[in-house]
Design a protein around this ligand. Structure first.
Ligand code: DX5
Ligand code: ZN
Length: 215
């Protein structure tokens, strides 16, 4: 069965609790929380205080996608806010290995994300240390963009590398994922899909979440 992490970025920010309940009832596996700082990406969203408040309204595991410059400065804050998984961008931190070790030292899962132009080779030597690789299939910063087709090959190659090494790493795919292309993306080897606009933009958010789960 497909695993799905609805991205709160496309939810109704005046009614987050209600929107979260809908995806939880629909069987979502994680809640994907996009943190943007206006520096690493050209958009600003929310930070630890909002996440801490949301922690009280749902049991869903929090998948925190940090699109911020030098994320190592804030790892502890996101752990304290209730993150279960923290994903940093390979491009945003100079000492990636150290940043990963810090995330793991708090007992939460560690993920590394790659922008569309970043090669898989950049994470070759830290694969043993991480729980998840996030393949960005749009340029990060905004919801509602189109899936970059060339990323299918990248997902397939990563699947091969992980299987050849016998590693237990989740392949997450984020950006432009819709009910219409999700099957194909899963067939490339993805384990966990992020979808924002296609879930929270749907007329029936709970039903759309279930449809993803049934893929
Ligand atoms: C983009 C974010 C995504 C975004 C995806 O920078 O990382 O999580 O919410 O939105 P959709 O599914 O609309 O492409
Ligand atoms: Zn994201």
């Amino acid at each position: 069965m497909a695993k799905i992490a609805p991205s709160l970025l496309s939810a109704d920010f005046a009614n987050l609790k209600e929107d979260i309940e809908k995806v939880e009832n629909g069987g979502a596996d994680y809640l994907h929380l996009d943190v943007m700082d206006g520096i690493y990406v050209p958009n600003i969203t929310f930070g630890p205080p909002v996440i801490k408040s949301l922690r009280k309204v749902t049991k869903l595991p929090f998948d925190v996608h940090l699109m911020i410059d030098r994320p190592e400065r804030y790892i502890k804050d996101f752990v304290d806010a209730g993150a279960d998984l923290i994903t940093v961008h390979e491009e945003a931190t100079i000492h990636l290995h150290r940043t990963i070790q810090e995330i793991k030292s708090y007992g939460v899962m560690a993920g590394v994300s790659l922008n569309p132009a970043t090669p898989l080779e950049n994470i070759e030597y830290i694969l043993d240390d991480i729980d998840l690789v996030l393949i960005m299939t749009v340029n990060p910063g905004f919801g509602g963009q189109s899936f970059i087709e060339a990323m299918k090959d990248k997902i397939r190659k990563l699947r091969q590398i992980i299987d050849n090494k016998g590693l237990d790493i989740i392949i997450q795919v984020d950006g432009g994922v819709k009910l219409g292309n999700a099957r194909e993306i899963l067939d490339c080897g993805a384990d966990l899909l992020v979808a924002g606009s296609d879930i929270f933009g749907a007329e029936d958010v709970e039903k759309r979440t279930k449809e993803f789960k049934e893929l």
